[in-house]
Design a protein around this ligand. Structure first.
Ligand code: AMP
Length: 222
């Protein structure tokens, strides 16, 4: 299965990608995570430039993202499939995705749709466990025990630097200008489809959305 999860920042792509990864035993690949790792070397010029781009809430260059994606997808664990979270994000990147979607595979494009006001709260309240990466939200989905991760009992949590109000606004603008037209392209019947397209209601709880996705995928692979 080659799965692409599309949606606005805060739609829940990362959370659902992790759940799909565990259930179907294929890697969840987040381009945002790959870039944050690439941006974490303060002594390297390219690394600093990536950090700066992410910090502004705008997209890194296509050349760079293509390099990052190609390298990751060539790894052994992607042989039986993968879930992509955060790529493609523009019409140009979608063209590259078409090359990656090889015929004969089960290619699925999932769109998680969420209303704008909910997205904002999700991003402003988002934090994650430093040890295992489980994502929480201080407004909707806090840890059961204050300050302790439900999954690994870790006690250190991190907020993303780009989950700041002004940067979120930039990310939303980029989404509207670059990503939304691409989602419309995927949805349209006009292009030469070598994938299945499905939209899910991302306004529901993590578990309900996960059940909807699971039902769809179980039917798909039957
Ligand atoms: P995310 O974790 O998916 O929200 O991505 C965080 C940031 O990484 C984005 O705001 C961009 O700066 C960068 N990024 C992630 N994926 C891509 C992509 N496919 N193309 C360009 N930039 C990206």
């Amino acid at each position: 299965m080659h799965i692409v999860i599309l949606g606005a920042p805060g739609a829940g792509k990362g959370t659902q990608a992790q759940l799909i990864s565990t259930r179907y035993n294929i890697p969840a690949i987040s381009t945002g995570d790959l870039l944050r790792i690439a941006a974490s070397n303060p002594n390297d010029d390219l690394s600093s430039r990536i950090a700066n781009t992410i910090g502004q809430g705008i997209l890194v260059s296509n050349d760079l993202i293509i390099q990052v994606i190609r390298k990751r997808l060539s790894m052994d664990d992607c042989k039986n499939g993968f879930i992509l979270d955060g790529f493609p994000r523009s019409l140009e990147q979608a063209k590259l995705m078409n090359e990656i979607f090889s015929d004969g595979n089960q290619n699925i494009v999932m769109h998680i749709e969420v209303k704008k006001d909910i997205l904002l709260q999700r991003l402003l309240g988002r934090f994650s466990c430093k040890s295992c990466g489980t994502i929480y939200n201080k407004f909707f989905l806090n840890t059961t025990k204050e300050g302790t991760c439900d999954v690994c009992e870790g006690t250190n949590f991190v907020y993303r630097n780009d989950d700041d109000e002004q940067i979120i606004r930039n990310r939303m603008n980029v989404y509207e200008a670059e990503t939304k037209p691409m989602i419309e392209y995927y949805e349209s019947e006009q292009n030469d489809r070598n994938y299945s397209f499905v939209t899910f209601n991302g306004g529901q709880s993590v578990n309900s959305l996960s059940s909807d996705i699971q039902e769809y995928l179980d039917n798909f692979i039957k």
